[in-house]
Design a protein. Structure first.
Length: 171
């Protein structure tokens, strides 16, 4: 009786080990398929990201046409006043930022401020006569199109052509 008990116990243990092995192989195969699927998705996502970045680079290149530094038509303007594009940008930016310290904010911004006054925070030069500027008073913000000229004496004059105000408090 004892021998048959050990024989049954051995067979039962062998069956449990076989079932565990088969289930483990199935689990491992399923896990490998899942990992491979995730790797494929990651690769596709990475390819999409690379395509999006290359599109962004292309759009940045196309957008760079609207730049004082890459605008070949404005070179005559720069030569006439004896400055290069970087010097003109620096001079105009300096003048715009100097206006930020005036009482009541920058006078180029034609809106009433809710706080300390509107300040110009960022600029983008379009060509030899226009610059886009972003402004804020920490409650509202907006964009300006400012026309500028630099004369032979290197004096900068500016005027607001158009302004757009975004107000987060309006519904």
């Amino acid at each position: 009786m004892r021998k048959s008990f050990y024989l049954y116990l051995f067979i039962f243990s062998a069956l449990v080990a076989l079932i565990t092995y088969i289930n483990g192989r199935k689990y491992q195969k399923n896990l490998e398929e899942t990992v491979q699927g995730l790797r494929t998705k990651l690769y596709e996502t990475d390819q999409d990201r690379k395509e999006a970045l290359s599109f962004k680079e292309k759009s940045d290149f196309e957008d760079s046409v609207f730049s004082l530094k890459r605008n070949t038509e404005s070179e005559d303007y720069e030569i006439n006043i004896g400055l290069n594009a970087s010097e003109i940008e620096d001079m105009v930016k300096f003048e715009m930022l100097e206006l930020n310290i005036k009482q009541g904010g920058n006078p180029l911004v034609p809106y009433e401020s809710l706080g300390r006054g509107f300040r110009i925070t960022d600029t983008k030069f379009i060509n030899g006569q226009w610059v886009l500027a972003r402004f804020t008073d920490n409650y509202r913000w907006g964009d300006l199109l400012v026309g500028y000229t630099v004369d032979q004496n290197k004096k900068v004059s500016m005027e607001t052509i158009k302004a757009l105000l975004f107000d987060k408090n309006t519904d």
